[in-house]
Design a protein around this ligand. Structure first.
Ligand code: CA
Length: 298
């Protein structure tokens, strides 16, 4: 097993970054990650004013996956996630879905031991550690690790947890994978712009599907696939996600657009990933009963 330490951090996804590790298909990788604030906030008295924003939203990597080339699919299996026992959540004026309201910058330290996130006296939420930022080098240019796109990135999908697979399109040789920004738990939407931000480690395994790739990242659980699309608005993201699902049905069943569009109303759940990042994210979830991975790749 190879260990990639959290000191190997990037702040953008780009083909120009030099890989910090080379790994083979099937090899286990333990990826250590810092919290999304770069580990800079240690207590509730720390002022966000002193935050070095250039060290926020980092991702550990990039990792070169041998055999991955442009036009392929990188399959990432999230085998396990371990998180540290202390996390934090912040409010930042002008950020989050209610960013136009008047409120103060604030920090809350949160204990995440014993399988629960202890939010307040008598108020706890079962922990469900997940990976907020996960992706590969994009088609062109450089995309900040705090943003998201067809390459993945800061998608903040609560289902990217232990036991989930992620299928990412590969744009450059080796894919140049990186991940970070774990949350001890997050609900759909991530309303206040942060969730329970925490350092941790993810046990990952990679493989490659040659010469076929998804249009958007696709997550896979035991029971469903979900297309992870994003856009400048939720409406735009929903349109991209729905269109990708309808095209997959046309391939799966050899249906006309009209027939596949109709079936979308029966079989596609449009769910919100987050409403607070530079682009908004929607997932189109489809039961495995109705679609195969093969027909979600082109
Ligand atoms: Ca995030």
């Amino acid at each position: 097993m190879k260990i990639v330490p959290r000191s190997k951090v990037i702040y953008s996804f780009s083909s120009q970054h030099k890989p910090v590790e080379h790994i083979k298909s099937g090899e286990l990788v333990l990826l250590e990650t810092e919290d999304a604030l770069g580990g800079q906030i240690k207590n509730e008295e720390s002022s966000l004013d002193v935050l070095d924003w250039s060290k926020v939203d980092g991702a550990t990597g990039p990792i070169f996956i041998e055999g991955a080339a442009r036009g392929d699919t990188l399959v990432v299996e999230i085998l396990d996630i371990k998180i540290e026992e202390k996390g934090l959540i912040v409010t930042v004026p002008k950020h989050g879905i209610l960013g136009e309201k008047r409120f103060k910058p604030s920090t809350k330290m949160i204990s995440t031991n014993d399988g629960y996130v202890h939010f307040d006296e008598g108020v706890r939420v079962r922990a469900n550690p997940m990976i907020g930022t996960i992706g590969v080098a994009p088609e062109s240019g450089e995309i900040a690790s705090g943003s998201l796109g067809r390459h993945g990135g800061n998608m903040d999908v609560k289902m990217l947890t232990s036991g989930t697979k992620l299928h990412l399109p590969v744009f450059v040789e080796g894919a140049l994978f990186a991940a970070g920004d774990m949350h001890a738990v997050q609900a759909d939407g991530e309303l206040c712009v942060s969730s329970v931000e925490v350092a941790g480690e993810a046990l990952l395994r990679f493989s490659v599907i040659k010469n076929r790739k998804p249009e958007w990242p696709i997550l896979e659980t035991h029971g469903c696939f979900a297309i992870l699309a994003c856009g400048n608005t939720l409406d735009e993201a929903a349109t991209f996600a729905a269109e990708t699902a309808v095209k997959a049905f046309m391939r799966e069943y050899d249906w006309s657009f009209e027939r596949a569009y109709m079936f979308g109303s029966l079989a596609v759940d449009l769910e919100i990933n987050q409403v607070v990042d530079p682009k908004k994210g929607i997932r189109a979830a489809i039961s495995k009963e109705f679609i195969s991975l093969e027909n979600m790749l082109t």
